[in-house]
Design a protein around this ligand. Structure first.
Ligand code: XIL
Length: 385
């Protein structure tokens, strides 16, 4: 297929007055191919993403914050229409849920659970063990004598509070970091430093004992692309999963964050499909847990950008949903009104980022079409708890 290439800042776009100084600087090093204007994103029927997912026995949903549904009726309505699963963006991270050693602050996540129940939506928990978003009391008081007790108390208290009510839990998040240089690939997190590699098995066992019904997930990023980093990350994650399964650890699923980078279009459908099959062969389910697309180097023109971002979604989801072990797709947000990428990965030209299915006015964008098309194309599953 013929691809158009945008050489940012070096001609046509500059002439159209669309390129900022910052883009001109970037143009020295990058060119970004955009999706042909002929690519078809047509969707048939009027069903929402939720209805399309249900028709296939799949889950589609989004990350959100309790204050967003409390204060923004249009957003809450869009979530209820489009999602059959939600995940709190921050409310179950340690910093929020456990501000001091003996205080658990469940109110914000409880509100999201009530919202979910009122709309017959499932909820995931994110996350029980992570090296980030730890409150300062953990960083200052954790030692090798108290770490096991602190971790065990945390997981059992939080998971029991929601026992029977959570679809799934991200038990351990981002435990693999090839750059940390260990042969097992484990990240030098505070938990590894204090407890050794066994902290992962411990976390899953405590979670399983606290809620035997929840699907227990290992969640990580960086497995999407056929780059040296991506290949290494896939290999290390597979090794970890194999080891956990061989050890009898109660792990049920892999969560693939899927923070895609449309600026590096190295997506290789074959190798990604093979990776998913290797995970499935271990008897694990797969969830796409945090899908979105960064777009720092894409053209400022919103229509061109939307096409390119939508193509990244559809190319990725077509492969992901072709794997029967994939049971859920969640985007990290539903509307461009609320996305972490506006602060984490802002565009150099200051134009608002557009990574999600709905725009900031809650209108459907081509990303919405791309997800709808991917759901429509896939085969029927039997819905899991
Ligand atoms: C992000 C949130 O979206 C931000 O609001 C917060 O400041 C930092 O964390 N991987 C994860 C998520 O597992 O928890 C992160 O969420 C995004 C990357």
């Amino acid at each position: 297929m013929k691809r158009r290439t945008f050489l940012l800042g070096t001609g046509a776009l500059t002439g159209m007055g669309l390129v900022t100084a910052s883009e001109r600087w970037h143009s020295k090093q990058t060119s970004v191919s955009a999706v042909p204007l002929t690519r078809n994103f047509t969707v048939s029927g009027k069903q929402t993403l939720r209805q399309r997912a249900v028709a296939k026995g799949l889950l589609y949903g989004a990350a959100l914050q309790s204050k967003q549904v409390e204060t923004d009726a249009a957003f809450a309505k869009a979530i209820a229409q489009e999602c059959n699963i939600i995940v709190p963006e921050s409310e179950l991270k340690w910093r929020v849920v456990r501000p001091s050693p003996s205080v658990y602050h469940f109110a914000p996540a409880d509100k999201l659970l009530s919202f979910a129940n009122a709309h017959n939506i499932k909820m995931r928990g994110h996350t029980l063990v992570w090296h980030e978003d730890l409150p300062s009391w953990v960083n200052s008081s954790l030692n090798s004598l108290n770490a096991k007790q602190i971790l065990t108390d945390h997981i059992s208290t939080v998971v029991k509070h929601y026992a029977g009510k959570m679809h799934s839990w991200d038990v351990v998040n981002e435990a693999i970091e090839p750059k940390d240089g260990r042969s097992d690939g484990l990240r030098n997190s505070p938990w590894l430093m204090m407890l050794g590699p066994e902290y992962i098995d411990l976390a899953f066992r405590v979670a399983a004992a606290s809620d035997p019904k929840a699907l227990l997930t290992y969640n990580d990023f960086g497995m999407d692309y056929d780059t040296p980093f991506g290949r290494k990350k896939r290999m290390l994650v597979l090794n970890l999963l194999r080891q956990l399964k061989a050890n009898g650890t109660p792990i049920h699923a892999l969560g693939i964050q899927a923070h895609l980078h449309r600026d590096n279009p190295e997506f290789n459908p074959e190798s990604f499909g093979t990776f998913l099959q290797e995970v499935a062969d271990l008897g694990l389910k797969i969830l796409i847990t945090e899908l979105d697309v960064t777009e720092k180097k894409l053209p400022i023109d919103a229509k061109l950008r939307d096409r390119t971002i939508a193509a990244a979604y559809e190319d990725y989801l077509t492969v992901a949903l072709a794997q029967p072990a994939v049971i859920a797709v969640l985007t990290w947000g539903l509307s461009d009104r609320y996305t972490w990428l506006s602060t984490a990965e802002p565009r150099p030209d200051g134009s608002p980022v557009r990574p999600l299915p709905l725009d900031a006015q809650m209108n459907r964008k081509l990303v919405w079409n791309a997800i709808a098309r991917s759901l429509d194309k896939t085969t029927q599953r039997s819905m899991l708890p």
